[in-house]
Design a protein around this ligand. Structure first.
Ligand code: SME
Length: 165
């Protein structure tokens, strides 16, 4: 019988998987300047690498509206189109320019349920070379408490390497 899936079962080799993935992403994206292509590729490769990533993708800062995110490249079920900086986990990460880990989405005030199957999530700010916020990366899982500091460090390294240099 297959072992039951738990985030803990993954954590032992999770840091190594992030390190390997960072190299693979860098190799695929080498020389590609287009931001949409970069975000789409990062989303797809993250989704392929971690099977419990139920939704993974970017909400980008909409330059035409004050303090509003609009959905960008993603993998998963239908995402909400727009999120104000004042709302949700994505809004909190954008507003406060910090990584937000939510172990139980029902316990996060103002959480936006684009898909009710989502149980936990992590959202990271994406900064450009000048330190300007350009997007957030949102990863959702159908299991509670799927994300920890290993995810935060692994994902942040990939985002810095791909969007901040
Ligand atoms: N849960 C997010 C919204 C985005 S989706 O889950 C794809 C939030 O509260 O900001």
């Amino acid at each position: 019988m297959a072992e039951a899936f738990t985030p803990a079962a993954l954590s032992a080799d999770k840091a190594q998987r992030y390190a390997d993935l960072a190299l693979e992403i860098a190799s695929v994206l080498e020389g590609e300047p287009n931001l949409t292509a970069r975000m789409a590729t990062v989303s797809a490769m993250l989704r392929q690498a971690f099977e419990h990533f139920f939704w993974v993708g970017f909400y980008v800062v909409d330059e035409t509206k004050a303090e509003e995110l609009v959905v960008g490249p993603y993998q998963g079920t239908l995402g909400c189109l727009r999120i104000a900086f004042s709302r949700g986990v994505c809004g909190a990460a954008a507003r406060e320019r910090r990584i937000v880990i939510v172990e139980d989405v029902d316990a996060f005030p103002g959480h936006i349920a684009c898909d009710s199957r989502s149980r936990s999530e992590i959202v990271l700010p994406v900064l450009d070379r000048a330190g300007q916020l350009i997007a957030v990366l949102d990863v959702d899982a159908e299991i509670p408490a799927a994300f920890d500091q290993v995810d935060a460090v692994g994902l942040e390294r990939i985002l810095k390497a791909q969007f901040s240099v």
